[in-house]
Write a protein that binds this ligand. Structure first.
Ligand code: HEC
Ligand code: HEC
Length: 274
């Protein structure tokens, strides 16, 4: 019995040593190579574009939309026009660290097919996606209604996420949904929770960290607070956002359009990501 067990242990040690060796050899520095995107044989080829579309639908459409106009991820019809093929290839390979944009381990050729598809689509719809709305008015609306909770650059509140980079990170349609119906989706770290302490006090905020024994939140006055769960009566996970829903009564369609126009110009570095 004991002997069988220790043999088992030895086997585990052996297996983890070999897999460590495999990992190490995989990480050996490789000589820099020319980007496969430099000579993409699929550009402009009808068959390739169709295969690229099929791959796109499976791997990208969930986040960027079937029409690539964006959903959680940004509108690619607008973005891809500004990007060199080699940069695009690298983005598909590596993803965008610190964001939801994943990297890929697919063969080079499949990434090249997707690029051929995106290029073709981009040519068709580049003109439609120029920013619209009165950006100056949009900025005024932002300062009045949003800056209390959201930072851009160094200014603004911290209860909601930093929006310095939001124009590159989300599509127009995702922004509209977020503003009209914020409870639909919460970015990680911004779920609403209410903590009820043993003596019946309630503290509401966004959940920053949680494990089996403790929870850390930012309360509505922007104070980070940590609690041991043993000291709490209850943790309530809420469906409502701490961001109010900006219905048409609060924000009319014109102001919303201007606001979206302003938000899409925000493409700077984000202090919380990267
Ligand atoms: C899980 C969601 C998700 C999936 C799947 C996904 N993306 Fe993204 N993608 C994003 C997000 C979010 C961003 C914005 C990242 C940021 O904040 O800059 C993004 C950014 C991009 C960018 C712009 C990068 C930059 O430097 O501005 C390109 C191009 C892109 N995605 C293409 C694709 C393609 C093509 C696929 C499929 C092969 C794909 N994405 C799959 C979510 C996703
Ligand atoms: C009382 C605080 C508060 C106000 C005011 C507020 N927000 Fe928010 N906002 C939040 C919080 C908290 C979240 C995260 C939870 C969620 O997504 O609903 C959020 C999320 C967002 C997101 C999603 C970010 C992402 O990564 O997708 C956008 C966009 C946004 N807000 C824009 C706005 C705009 C535009 C206004 C003004 C019209 C505004 N907010 C007003 C608190 C606020």
């Amino acid at each position: 019995m004991t002997r069988a067990r220790s043999a088992g242990h030895l086997l585990i040690v052996f297996v983890s040593l070999t897999s460590a060796a495999v990992l190490l050899s995989a990480q050996e520095p490789q000589p820099p190579k020319v980007s496969p995107a430099r000579n993409n044989p699929h550009l402009g080829n009808k068959e390739s574009i169709r295969s690229g579309m099929a791959l796109y639908r499976v791997r990208c459409a969930d986040c960027h939309g079937l029409d690539a106009k964006g959903y959680r991820g940004p509108d690619l019809t607008a973005l891809v026009g500004d990007m060199q093929d080699e940069k695009l290839f690298q983005t598909l390979r590596k993803g965008v660290p610190g964001t939801e944009m994943p990297g890929s381990t697919a063969p080079d050729d499949e990434l090249l097919l997707v690029i051929a598809y995106l290029r073709n689509m981009n040519a068709a719809s580049a003109a439609e996606s120029a920013p619209t709305g009165n950006v100056e008015n949009g900025q005024r609306v932002f300062t009045a209604q949003c800056a209390g909770c959201h930072r851009i650059g160094m200014r603004g509140g911290r209860l909601g996420p930093d929006l310095s980079h939001i124009g590159a990170a989300r599509s127009r349609s995702a922004l509209v949904r977020e503003i009209r119906t914020p409870a639909e989706w919460f970015p990680p770290g911004y779920e609403t929770v209410t903590l009820v302490t043993k003596d019946g006090q309630r503290v509401r905020g966004t959940r920053k960290n949680e494990d089996a024994f403790s929870i850390q939140i930012m309360d509505t006055r922007e104070r980070i607070q940590g609690y041991l769960k043993a000291d709490l009566r209850e943790v309530l996970y809420e469906k409502e956002s701490l961001m109010p829903a900006f219905t048409t009564a609060r924000l009319n369609d014109n102001d919303l359009n201007d606001l979206i126009g302003y938000l899409t110009t925000l493409r700077g570095p984000d202090s919380t990501v990267r």
